[in-house]
Design a protein. Sequence first.
Lengths: 324, 391
Amino acid sequence: MTTVTERPAASPAPSAESRRDRRRRERIEEQDAAIPVELYGLKRGTVPVLTACCVLFAVFTLVPVAWIIFNATKTQANIFGTFGFWFARPFEFFHNFRMLFENVDDDGTYIQWFGNTALYAVLGGGGATALAAFAGYGFAMFRFRGSKVLFYIIIGSLLVPIGAITLPLYLVYAKAHLINSIWGLILPSMVAPVGVYLMRTYIGLSVPRELVDAARIDGAGEARIFFKIALPLMVPGLMTVLLLSVVGVWNNYFLPLIIFSDNNKFPLTVGMGLWSQHATTSGDQNLYPLIVMGGLVTIAPLIILFLILQRYWRSGMLLGSIAN
Amino acid sequence: MAAIALSQLTKVYATGVKALDALDLEVADGEFVVLVGPSGCGKTTALRMVAGLERITSGTVSLGGQVVNDVSPRRRDIAMVFQNYALYPHLSVYSNIGFALENAKVGKAERDRRIRAAAETLGLGDLLGRKPKQLSGGQRQRVAMGRALVREPSVFLMDEPLSNLDAKLRVQMRTEVLRVHRSLGAATLYVTHDQTEAMTMGDRVAVLLGGVLQQYDTPRALYDRPANLFVATFIGSPSMNLYEAGLSADGGSVARPTVVLGSQRLDLPAPVAARVAAYQGRKVVVGIRPEDLVLGSGSGSGLAADVRLVEMLGSEQHVYFSIDATQAGQAAAGAAAGESVEAAILAASAPNGVTRLDPGVEVRPGDRVTFAVDPARLYFFDPDTGQAITG
């Protein structure tokens, strides 16, 4: 790796501008570069109508989230007895949160399911991202016999609904001893056709062929070109695929439902499903606040993940690399 | 032994397009050879085949006497500068230049020494810590050069390395590239579409058209003895004036043949007449370099012309005129000039010739002038084959 990291003092270092100043400047430049909405040539009144539509849609999307936040602070009686979109006394948020991590009805514990989900998401989502990167790079960079057909088969697999293949899938799993095995969930989660498709498209646009050619002439092997040259340029695409696959595994309900019968292997989705089943059938006094709080805690990591990954979605990765 | 030898090199794409047709070319050790031609002539394809980035349909590429058709690019000991630089955007200048050495497992101390030496040669010493996006166009171009020369390769390939620079920087970098070439002494194959670059830089220049080698010679020879109409129009700016003409024996006397240009005639002296003797009484294409048309009718041969347009360049002026003669080789000239200014002007106001005059000479559009022509400096081409008539 490089041994020279600091910039020479003599040169006009762009780092003289602080990070915050740069952000602000970039935001202003972006605003300046955009065509003002008055110049779009739209009919009068179009913009307010469109804005209203967007607001409506945002409200529609956010209402369930708001409901879950309000009701995570309530007792069971208040969940049913008070207005859903405001707080009510007593404020039970911390109590509910604490209860969530205690064993309920010997059905297995929330913390166990949370750990399971995290494990499945990391291995399945991470694996899916890695495979999508390899496969996408292969499809984008190399022409080989059957590459097109293979790619179309992968895309075609998107069209098959999981419900249609449940029975054969179960039979295959039984033969492969994957029933009640965590690999039964992780391995299929690692196969992400959407990820392969996204990565192929992204790599085609963001990793110029000339760079790969240049690296070849510079004496780099294909593996080294992939890891040292292409991979750093693929990061924004990879983060998209990572987020999609982690969310996919995190929210997966159907597959774990059919392959797990052991409560201790449940992910959150199936565990919470079990709880709400018990809540409706047994009328357990304490379950509803836990289900609501459980829902909130379930979605929180995804929101945090999204916020963390956001910094990787940036443009200008190729600035200075390729002229014109 | 030639450093680079191309033998019957042919490239046919899957679509059936023949990009390169049986190219034979040798580059000696330390020689600077320029491949030049209009876009789509196959010059970049040829270069990429030498680099190993393009599959060879037939023929061979030899480097240092070894046929390398099936050798991967990384084992060919070549360095290449790409048209758009192809710098690694996430690596510093230092790492960009050092990447090849790292791949070759050169020791850290030696690597550092060579990177700094290359950077010093190219005036990049202060920029080693920067990323490509923090560099100007000229600096990026230098990094691309540095990345190639740090390897001390036996063969240097350059694919239009200056085409993305502004005009002034391009002229500056020309000398820079030549200086680097001399200090390295590696055989260099340089691709460009710019005939000025080819003429000023190449020890020898290979002119390509439609995948076929037209002529391979020194710049001087290309200018003085173009092999055919295409080379004649492609090399030199403004382009050579070409007219359809007849060769006749004046008044029946075989000793004094003349060129008949429209309604005008130019007497040919004996040595020139001998050169074109075989075409006596037939149609030919006559070529006149712009600088060979001198204002003022001296005694002897002269051509009357109407001035249409004057372009003052400061050091000289280009005077576009029309004479009573049919312009020849339009197809070839059009292909050569592409969308050049000359072609556009020629098409717009219908002059059919151009000359280069001293800026002090007073000429205005609408003037009727007479040009003196030295018949010894006329070029003759066969109108059917386009080949030069050399006698």
